[in-house]
Design a binder for this molecule. Structure first.
Ligand SMILES: Cc1cc2nc3c(=O)[nH]c(=O)nc-3n(C[C@H](O)[C@H](O)[C@H](O)COP(=O)(O)O)c2cc1C
Length: 362
């Protein structure tokens, strides 16, 4: 199996743990994945609420919270750590600057096109930058813009397909359209990226995300041209996942037909596990909103049916009547809670079996 190289950084196991907000992937999960040789990723979404005790000001608490998570993760691992920062968040710039100042190994950034991300690099920065895209066109746009405006190319690119959990970079009718399947998107992104690799003599590994659950899935993605995979859902049902047991239990309880596409107040579709809270939203019952933090640039409290950060925060704490769990299309497959070590060993063992099968057939 080939390790993943991002710039001069060597990642022994080509598995990235997707950043999961609010609070689902913090230093606990990220350190556990990094200790197994993958990239562990802290989500920066909602840190201002999780760390409200540090400051009554959401923006300040977010910065202090990210610093605190970085401190905790460095105590637990010497492995590779990333921070996930969504473009849609109104404190995007604060989070990027803090992550770079804290010398995080890599920033992953999606939920919008991170067109100005390299602007925040400092001369002494060690942080690599990886945009998350959902099409070859978006990958090209970012490469062009970053190169012309900042003389910088992405250190890696994540391509996230329509089976992912959380917000999706697709229109509703594209989600089940086979033309937008991850297997189709990877070669498109790889071929767009190759133009820049050849022109500027560099390597931009493509990381496949969305619906990757087993070593066989991982093998298929690598066959399509990916250099690594990013998994979110599979890591939720682990002991180390930072969400409450109540949150994880919704995954264990969910059946396939209980995983639905919702329209999020962020203005994008998302995938989540059906529950009474989402039933009420669908029935048009508006939840009371007191917006103190204006966390998302595009959210309008006058039209939003509920406050997403509060809903996700409630879910993180296991109060599922007041929120809901984002989840990938494979969430129903979880039957028990394992350690990250068990999950990663199982994936790698399965991946190696698949390679052996294919090579023995040749
Ligand atoms: C509970 C949950 C929360 C998520 N939150 C974020 C987030 O804050 N930012 C982000 O870029 N992606 C987020 N994602 C997407 C993951 O990082 C990952 O790319 C995706 O889940 C991969 O698909 P999979 O879940 O099928 O493995 C989230 C996914 C889940 C399941």
């Amino acid at each position: 199996m080939k390790e993943l190289r991002i710039g001069g950084m060597l990642i022994p196991v080509p598995i990235v743990q997707g950043g999961m907000g609010v609070g689902v992937s913090l230093s606990g999960l990220a350190a556990a994945v990094a200790n197994e040789g993958g990239i562990g990723v802290i989500s920066s979404a909602g840190l201002g609420l999780l760390y409200a005790k540090l400051s009554s000001d959401f923006l300040e608490a977010s910065i202090l919270g990210l610093k605190e998570e970085m401190r905790k993760v460095k105590e637990k691992t010497k492995g590779i750590i990333g921070v996930n920062i969504m473009v849609a968040m109104s404190n995007f710039e604060d989070m990027v600057k803090t992550a770079i100042a804290e010398k995080v190994d890599i920033i992953f950034s999606g939920a919008g096109l991170p067109l100005n991300l390299p602007k925040f690099q400092t001369p002494d920065s060690v942080t690599k930058l990886a945009p998350i895209v959902s099409s070859g066109k978006a990958a090209r746009l970012i490469c062009e813009k970053w190169k012309s405006a900042y003389n910088y190319l992405p250190d890696a690119i994540v391509v996230e397909g329509p089976k992912a959990g959380g917000h999706l970079g697709f229109k509703k009718d594209q989600i089940d359209d086979p033309n937008y399947a991850l297997e189709k998107l990877i070669p498109q992104v790889v071929s767009e990226v190759r133009v820049f690799e050849e022109k500027y003599d560099c390597k931009i590994p493509v990381i496949a995300a969305g619906g990757v659950y087993t070593g066989s899935d991982m093998y298929e993605m690598m066959q399509c041209g990916a250099s690594a995979v990013q998994l979110g859902t599979r890591f939720v049902t682990t002991n180390e996942c930072d969400a409450s047991l109540g949150f994880k239990q919704t995954y264990l309880d969910a059946s396939e037909n209980e995983i639905e596409i919702i329209q999020s107040p962020v203005g994008m579709p998302g995938r989540a596990i059906t529950n009474s809270f989402l039933d009420k939203v669908r029935a048009g019952l508006k939840q009371p909103i007191k917006c103190r933090v204006n966390c998302i640039k595009t959210c309008d409290i006058h039209t939003a049916p509920y406050c997403i950060i509060q809903a996700l925060m409630s879910a993180y704490r296991g109060k599922m009547n007041n929120g809901y769990a984002f989840a990938g299309s494979n969430a129903f497959r979880a039957t028990k809670i394992n350690s990250v070590k068990e999950v990663m060993s199982e994936i790698m063992a399965d991946f190696k079996v698949k390679i052996k099968e294919k090579t023995s057939k040749k």
